[in-house]
Write a protein that binds this ligand. Structure first.
Ligand code: GLU
Length: 292
């Protein structure tokens, strides 16, 4: 029964890829018409929002290889996915069109240094809120909640997290996933990106890949004959939007922007156009944490 349900989800998730691989999707994005042409006048002098709005430039870090969340094909200007849609909403409030955003590829391990050094202004990259991360960067949110699962080769004897004890399981360095699977007794193998880790599973070099279910569904959908997502979620991952702690005013701005999108239906439209294409029902958006 469970296998059937997972197979149905995985097959439906194939739709994510069709949508994400289609450059035309950019123009159909539900949030593309939201750019505030008078943005700079809305913000206090000296605020980071005013600086960005006046400069008309913003750098947003997203994943480039996670279908449904952050995905970019070579030659396509604007990536696709739920994280990207949230980034577009923020840019629009700052008066900047999606095509004028500098979309910077971010991997799990460089999210904090990219924010601290100013390589990017915001990170939207399947970025779980944690107490440790909040000591070094700002994380506003959550705008989406998922949980850690396992991706295996079809027919694997790993059916759920209890089966990973003593097995080699890959994930990426700098992720919550690697730490959490080690705590479950697996031998952790860290890579830079999830696509490298997925290749290890396909080659049979490791027994499973682990990270957020929202990410794994995209990979299963790319290769439904060989790969499947198994087991129930064994963690809670609350996705936040990263910003530099020296600019605390960004927190309220981000929270207000996402809340407005939740209230006016843009959040739901963004979900339906991205992760929702997998057949996953549009959830009620999670309550956002208060800013400190
Ligand atoms: N959401 C988890 C994290 O932030 C795993 C996914 C990722 O590495 O981006 O660490």
């Amino acid at each position: 029964m469970k296998r059937t349900r997972i197979a149905v989800i995985a097959a439906a998730a194939a739709l994510i890829l069709g949508a994400c691989g289609n450059a035309g999707e950019e123009s159909k994005s539900p949030v593309d018409n939201k750019v505030d042409s008078n943005a700079a006048s809305n913000f206090a002098d000296g605020s980071r929002m005013k600086e960005i709005a006046e400069a008309g430039k913003v750098k947003i870090g997203v994943k480039f290889d996670q279908p449904g969340l952050g995905f970019k094909r070579a030659g396509v200007a604007v990536p696709t996915g739920l994280d990207v849609e949230m980034g577009k909403l923020i840019a629009a409030k700052l008066g900047i069109k999606a095509t004028d955003v500098e979309w910077v590829e971010t991997i799990s391990d460089n999210r904090e240094p990219f924010l601290q050094k100013g390589t990017v202004d915001f990170v939207l990259a399947s970025y779980s809120i944690t107490d440790d991360r909040r000591k070094v960067v700002g994380q506003a949110g959550p705008y989406y909640v998922t949980g850690q699962q396992l991706l295996v080769k079809k027919g694997s004897d790993i059916k759920n997290v209890a089966d990973v004890k003593g097995k080699e399981v890959c994930s990426v360095t700098g992720s919550t996933s690697l730490v959490q699977v080690e705590a479950k007794g697996a031998k952790p193998r860290g890579f830079e990106t999830y696509s490298q880790c997925r290749d290890q599973v396909l080659d049979g070099a490791v027994s499973a890949m682990t990270t957020d279910g929202s990410i794994l569904l995209g990979y299963a959908a790319e290769n439904p004959d060989e790969l499947e997502v198994v087991g129930e979620p064994f963690s809670e991952e609350r996705y936040g939007i990263g910003y530099n702690l020296d600019k605390p005013e960004l927190c309220k701005f981000i929270v207000d922007t996402i809340k407005e999108a939740e209230d006016n239906g843009d959040w739901a439209k963004a979900f339906e156009a991205t992760l929702g294409k997998s057949g996953v029902k549009t959830p009620t958006p999670p309550a956002m944490d208060a800013c400190a």
